[in-house]
Ligand binder design. Structure first.
Ligand SMILES: CC(C)(COP(=O)(O)OP(=O)(O)OC[C@H]1O[C@@H](n2cnc3c(N)ncnc32)[C@H](O)[C@@H]1OP(=O)(O)O)[C@@H](O)C(=O)NCCC(=O)NCCS
Length: 160
């Protein structure tokens, strides 16, 4: 077991989550409600942030989200999440959502999202998280991109 502030690799907190689209998830056209996918995105991302920090986490923000292709009843939805960037108490997590038609095996990219989570201490106050160890070129690229998004978020927030 690592110490509380020891840097942790991206791979240590990655999440793969699979869901089946049930009738209760769909509208009258038989396609899934966007809110169901949003909730799965939030859960997959929160688990990665929790694994990285070993703390309770809250969703601070979700960057813009587009649904690229419809997802139908009976399909399988695969969500992959990973921590892209860590600052003092917050973590940016990226989620990729792919839907799979079980009858044909075809896979469709459905959505991608970036969420920021903040780790909280036992008093509900933001608390420091371990640094992120970047092992691969992809880790470095995603971290640099996430840092740019963080700067944009901070700019937007300061404009109110
Ligand atoms: C997220 C929350 C804890 C931040 O509290 P705060 O008083 O603004 O905290 P601070 O100003 O000390 O910022 C703490 C961290 O949060 C980050 N943060 C705050 N608001 C943010 C936002 N809108 N988007 C991204 N990051 C944000 C800050 O950048 C900072 O990160 P850092 O320590 O890594 O630099 C607080 O706004 C909150 O509790 N929000 C409600 C969360 C919630 O309930 N979510 C569930 C859905 S409602």
């Amino acid at each position: 077991m690592g110490s509380r502030h020891e840097a942790k690799s991206v791979s240590a907190s990655q999440v793969v989550m699979t869901e089946l689209v049930l009738p209760s998830h769909t509208n009258s056209l038989g396609s899934i409600f966007g809110g169901v996918i949003m909730s799965w995105i939030d859960i997959a991302a929160a688990i990665a942030a929790q694994r990285h920090s070993n703390k309770e986490v809250v969703t601070a923000s979700l960057d813009d989200l587009s649904f690229i292709a419809p997802v139908y009843k009976g399909w399988v939805v695969n969500l992959k999440s990973r921590v892209n960037f860590v600052s003092r108490t917050s973590m940016e997590v990226g989620v990729r959502v792919d839907a799979e038609n079980p009858r044909t095996g075809e896979v469709f990219h459905t959505a991608s999202a970036y969420l920021t989570f903040v780790a909280l201490d036992s008093h509900g106050k933001p608390t420091p998280v371990p640094a992120l160890k970047l092992d691969t070129e992809e880790d470095h690229r995603r971290s640099a991109e996430a840092q740019r998004r963080r700067e944009m978020r901070i700019k937007r927030k300061s404009k109110g």
